[in-house]
Design a protein around this ligand. Structure first.
Ligand SMILES: CC(C)(COP(=O)(O)OP(=O)(O)OC[C@H]1O[C@@H](n2cnc3c(N)ncnc32)[C@H](O)[C@@H]1OP(=O)(O)O)[C@@H](O)C(=O)NCCC(=O)NCCS
Length: 150
């Protein structure tokens, strides 16, 4: 089979498949607890792509009421250059628009040339801003999983 990917909202039975996609693409895995906390806010912004009954791609959107963020986009290497990431992002953009979100941001490592080409193909342009980050102290937020940068 060589089916067109089906884009839909994440459901918990997808979790193991999502982990496999993130690992296959060299991305950090979001722990269950962190994901559960995110899904309380905007579950419709966590999307998966299924192709040939296999989980082939994933993207995580968040909306804070002012800006949208796109995180953890990944497509399994066996399913790349078939438009799966483009379709995931376009569906996410539609959902951001439905929420009234006027602008979406994302972060790309400067040496991730393939991803930069992908994002520019979709109209996402680099800005000169420098990312600053600080983990919130364990004494303030004991359950904060701050090992991962983003
Ligand atoms: C970046 C990534 C998500 C793209 O997934 P994909 O499903 O293959 O992307 P698409 O098929 O939708 O590509 C759309 C367009 O983006 C550009 N593009 C995508 N991958 C590219 C690559 N490796 N090199 C150059 N351009 C690329 C092309 O213009 C492509 O159109 P074309 O195939 O008609 O030439 C995938 O390569 C991936 O998972 N990479 C590892 C994880 C990662 O870096 N994620 C993004 C972090 S910000």
């Amino acid at each position: 089979m060589n089916a067109v990917a089906h884009i839909r909202q994440f459901a918990w039975p997808d979790y193991d498949g999502v982990i496999e996609v993130w690992k296959s693409a060299g991305r950090d895995v979001l722990p269950r607890a962190e994901l559960a906390a995110k899904l309380v806010r905007d579950p419709q912004l966590f999307l998966v792509a299924e192709r040939d009954a296999t989980l082939a791609g994933v993207v995580l959107g968040t909306f804070d009421g002012r800006r949208g963020w796109i995180l953890r986009l990944a497509v399994d290497p066996a399913h790349r250059r078939r438009g799966i990431a483009s379709r995931l992002v376009r569906e996410l953009e539609t959902r951001f628009a439905t929420l009234g979100c006027p602008r979406v941001n994302l972060l790309v490592m400067p040496d991730n040339v393939e991803a930069l080409r992908f994002w520019q193909a979709l109209g996402y342009l680099p800005l000169p801003d420098v990312l600053c980050s600080k983990p919130i102290s364990a004494s303030i937020a004991p359950s904060c999983g701050c090992g991962q940068r983003l």
